[in-house]
Design a binder for this molecule. Sequence first.
Ligand code: FES
Length: 164
Amino acid sequence: MTLTVQRPKPPSEDKRWKMIDVAMRRQGYSPHALIEVLHAVQNAFGYLDDDSMTYVAESLGLPLSKVYGVATFYHLFALKPQGEHTCVVCTGTACYIKGAGDLVDGIKQRFGVRLGETTEDKKLSILSARCIGACSIAPAAVIDGKVHGHLSVDELLARIEKVV
Ligand code: FES
């Protein structure tokens, strides 16, 4: 008899969840892998939010309170920022080589915020991710959950300006 374990469904169709699933599978969905899995989420999404922590908790069979506890205890983890809109700039190797640093500088010049910061009017938070799984369209960024690739500084600024 084979036992099939029902895994929870990812919070969205975003293909970055596949990267998280791979990370959890590699660890055999062990509760001990919590910190490593939270790192994987942050590396892919730039921050942890309620949906991602719930998904990780359910997948690893842990109480949500435990996941929140770990996420808030360690300063390495960024919780969902306070800005009304978010722009996550991928600063992974592929994106970095293709000019992610210029994107970050452009945002700083235009909006006055660095990675990890939120504008004073709380309209925009800027975060970084280590790889959002879109290396083939580097440099890439995610604005309010939508992935954009082959970005020039001007294009990125224009796209951010459209939403803020
Ligand atoms: S390094 Fe940026 S998408 Fe992979």
